[in-house]
Design a protein around this ligand. Structure first.
Ligand SMILES: [Zn+2]
Length: 218
């Protein structure tokens, strides 16, 4: 469990790895208003709901960083439990229609149709109480991949765009190595060095560490 706090705002932030591919699902809540957002509920929805209940959080939105099954597979179940709308960048709507194909590649069960309430646009601000996240459209791992940047907390939810010492694979349908490198340089490495990064899989890191240590960013 990770907790962040700064002068005027307090954030509840829990990260749990979900499903067989251990996608890092973030549960982020405003400690004052108890409004929350969940990012990438790929699976294990009961565990996510338990954390929401434990902190008495009211889920306002379900945010999907990209339409791979390990990130979006549990979204409809979470919507059914909470009534919260699901948001995804429109460039991944095509991939979302291929969840049955993705499921068969991985030997997983088809989660069925996922209904998106609205597209996530670059530079759009998402809110949960006083917490604010800026949407960064970062195509490359998929066409519709996004990262979420919380400026007040200097924190980035990176989806599968940036990992500790690695970057997202680009060999799957819709992937582009050229685009992910451009997204990283133009929209991710422009963030402050002290920005804490929570990748879609594996351990957390910082922008400063990746700027120096990540072999794909030199
Ligand atoms: Zn992915």
């Amino acid at each position: 469990m990770f907790c962040h706090s700064c002068e005027n705002k307090r954030m509840i932030h829990e990260v749990i790895p979900v499903g067989p591919l251990q996608c890092n699902c973030s549960i982020i809540g405003d400690e004052t208003s108890h409004e929350a957002m969940v990012i990438d509920p790929g699976d294990d929805i009961e565990d996510i709901v338990a954390i929401l209940e434990q902190h008495k959080l009211q889920l306002k939105q379900i945010v999907i960083t990209h339409a791979h099954i390990d990130h979006v597979g549990g979204a409809m179940k979470l919507r059914a439990r909470t009534g919260a709308p699901i948001l995804l960048n429109q460039n991944d709507y095509g991939l979302l229609k291929m969840l049955d194909v993705q499921a068969s590649w991985l030997g997983m069960r088809d989660p069925g149709k996922v209904e998106i309430e609205a597209s996530l646009a670059h530079d759009q601000t998402l809110r949960a109480g006083k917490l604010e996240a800026k949407v960064l459209h970062t195509p490359g791992h998929t066409e519709g991949s996004v990262c979420l940047y919380f400026p007040a907390e200097k924190m980035l939810i990176a989806g599968d765009t940036l990992f500790a010492r690695s970057i997202g694979r680009t060999d799957l349908p819709g992937g582009s190595f050229e685009k992910i490198v451009r997204s990283l340089h133009d929209r991710v490495l422009t963030l402050p060095d002290e920005t804490l990064v929570f990748p879609g899989h594996g351990p957390q890191t910082t922008i400063g560490e990746e700027r120096v240590e990540n072999p794909f960013l030199r």
